[in-house]
Design a protein around this ligand. Structure first.
Ligand code: NA7
Length: 543
């Protein structure tokens, strides 16, 4: 494999999702040579792989879209407030064609290793197709949720029916009519897929380990008037997004401005009657108004109570409603989920909930799942069991920095980065939306564009000054990690009762570290800009 003659390149980019595509576009404009390597057969990343029924973005499409080209945002028409997977993939394809990206992307090829040479100050990157690249810079656009997690359940290989993972769905789709289906997992993917599969399948059995808090999405068709208004306001919307906490200002929902979704009331100041009235009048929406839910555990528990009350009103069967009620962990600790008719689905005759808190999965059998509550049979099994988030895709590549030190060793106790952009000991290697940056706590496209712009400017700066290597200093990295931990402390995200993939808690043996940066995309962008203004403070630049 390493017999191949290395291809000399300025920048090697791993991944052709929204990050890799925009990275390529910017690098070309900079006039450097760039090659993208992508495991899938086409562009789109997350939206290429996650084709399960009901897959949909939970950020409004007006905001979950590239801002770098005004012509693009003026030309593209979204059909729904929150577009479904097929439409987002169509958008990715449109971008690839419009900017002629595919000619520099090698598809169906997985990067297997990336090794740094201190002497050359370059990276040698190899792929499973036998290619070898000799690159000055290596950019990991590998995605935060791209390594599917299939739990190691005893007997899994005994199952005789068809098996699917939401994150690796067959491109031709699956016909579940006349099929009884079992699904494991009730995160975003499960909650989006369950209502749609239930409509199709003969019977659906849902295996739920932890019930989630999920809010109605209120998705709808976008009107011509709203589309025109959004397009006319794009300059303002984009600026507000960049300055905001999460890269979302709510404009895309049709609210017309940031302030309308900002909670301001205090739940601790309400009476029981007022809370009951709020649920009567606003349903789940009542919870959105209160700011102290995210700050105070007592207020949070009050909100959870309101939530359970509303849930109990939707689900007809009392035992099923009880089974669906989240307890023992705060609202807002896991990734917020929004849904369309999720709880209503449990009122269907062909849907059964198995609340694994009443007795867990013992093993998978030839015909179904054996739990401590009994055996459940079905024809097809769907894993909606998520991803090895944030670090999984990076650690899946054999990355070795200075002195052949493996990234896996450096990150043994959890990911260490400076700004989520670089790792000390790994010069000229950049991550897009790496751990320690807002990433998954934000609208990914806003964070992707910010990182791509920062990296492009950095590479331009290096070229202008004829510098060879850039590397985060260990001191800057330590200080940043300290800050990332500091701002996460005391939030619901790091509550001891919280077991989220933000903390790596979904992967057995993964260190429990809160990985994304809670400080907000606005403040984070300012910090990154200041670093540049202060001559790349915290980085060592070598001639
Ligand atoms: P998530 O949010 O990680 O959800 C995975 C689900 O699978 C969750 O309910 C897990 O329960 C469940 N799970 C995982 N392993 C098991 C085993 N062994 N037994 C039973 N249940 C299990 O992944 P998603 O794909 O839904 O969403 C990921 C993100 O993609 C989402 O947040 C959006 O950002 C897009 P648990 O809660 O761990 O008890």
């Amino acid at each position: 494999m390493s017999e191949a003659t290395p291809k000399q390149i300025d920048v090697l980019v791993v991944g052709a999702g929204f990050a890799g595509m925009y990275m390529l576009h910017r690098l070309r404009a900079l006039g450097v040579s760039a090659q993208v390597v992508e495991a899938g057969s086409d562009v789109g990343g997350t939206w290429y792989w996650n084709r399960y029924p009901g897959a949909r973005c939970d950020v409004p499409s007006v905001e979950y879209s590239y801002s770098f080209s005004d012509e693009l945002q003026q030309d593209w028409d979204w059909s729904e407030v929150m577009a479904g997977q097929p439409e987002i993939l169509e958008y990715a394809n449109h971008v690839a064609e419009r900017f002629d990206l595919r000619r520099d992307i090698k598809f169906d090829t997985r990067v297997t290793s990336a090794h740094y040479s201190e002497e050359q100050r370059r990276w040698t990157v190899t792929t499973d197709a036998g290619d070898v690249y000799d690159a000055h810079y290596c950019v990991m656009a590998t995605g935060c949720l791209s390594m599917p997690n299939t739990p190691d359940i005893e007997g899994a290989s005994d199952f005789e029916g068809a098996v699917y993972h939401t994150g690796q769905w067959p491109h031709e789709g699956v016909d579940f009519s006349e099929v009884s289906v079992g699904i494991i997992g009730t995160g975003s993917s499960g909650i989006q897929a369950i209502p749609v599969i239930a409509e199709d399948a003969k019977h659906l059995t849902v295996f739920q380990r932890t019930p989630n808090y999920t809010m109605p999405a209120h998705n709808r068709q976008m009107t011509d008037e709203f589309r025109a208004e959004a397009k006319a306001n794009y300059a303002t919307i984009r600026q507000q997004q960049r300055d905001s906490q999460a890269g979302i200002v709510g404009y895309g929902f049709g609210f017309g401005g940031a302030d309308l979704i900002m909670p301001s009331d205090h739940l601790l100041e309400t009476t029981a009657e007022e809370r009951a009235k709020a649920v009567d009048e606003e349903g789940f929406g009542a919870i959105r108004r209160f700011i102290d839910i995210g700050l105070n555990p007592e207020a949070n528990e009050m909100a959870c109570d309101m939530y359970r009350t509303q849930l109990g009103r939707i689900v007809n069967d009392d035992a099923t409603a009880e089974g669906l009620k989240p307890r023992d962990y705060p609202i807002g600790c896991k990734r917020p989920v929004i849904d369309t008719d999720y709880y209503e689905t449990y009122n269907r005759d062909n849907v059964t909930l198995v609340d694994l808190r009443q007795g867990g999965i013992e093993r998978i059998t030839r015909t179904g799942v054996q739990t401590a509550q009994g055996h459940f049979e079905f024809d097809a099994l769907v894993y909606a069991t998520g991803f090895d988030a944030m670090t999984g895709a990076l650690l899946n590549i054999d990355i070795k920095g200075r002195d052949a030190k493996p990234l896996g060793d450096v990150w043994e106790a959890g990911p260490r980065t400076y700004l989520g952009l670089q790792v000390a000991g790994f010069p000229n290697l950049f991550m897009i939306t790496g751990p320690g940056s807002p990433s998954v706590l934000s609208n990914m496209i806003v964070s992707i564009e910010q990182h791509v712009d920062w990296i492009t400017d950095c590479i331009a700066h290096m070229g202008d000054r004829q510098l060879q290597a850039i590397e985060a200093t260990p001191e800057a990295e330590d200080a940043w990690i300290h800050h990332v931990n500091d701002v996460a402390k005391g939030t619901m995200f790091t509550s001891p009762s919280c077991n989220s993939w933000y903390l790596g808690a979904n992967i057995p043996g993964k260190p429990r570290i809160f990985m994304p940066y809670v400080g907000g995309v606005g403040a984070y962008r300012k910090k990154c800009d200041e670093v540049v203004e202060n001559d790349y403070e915290g980085f060592e630049l070598t001639a």
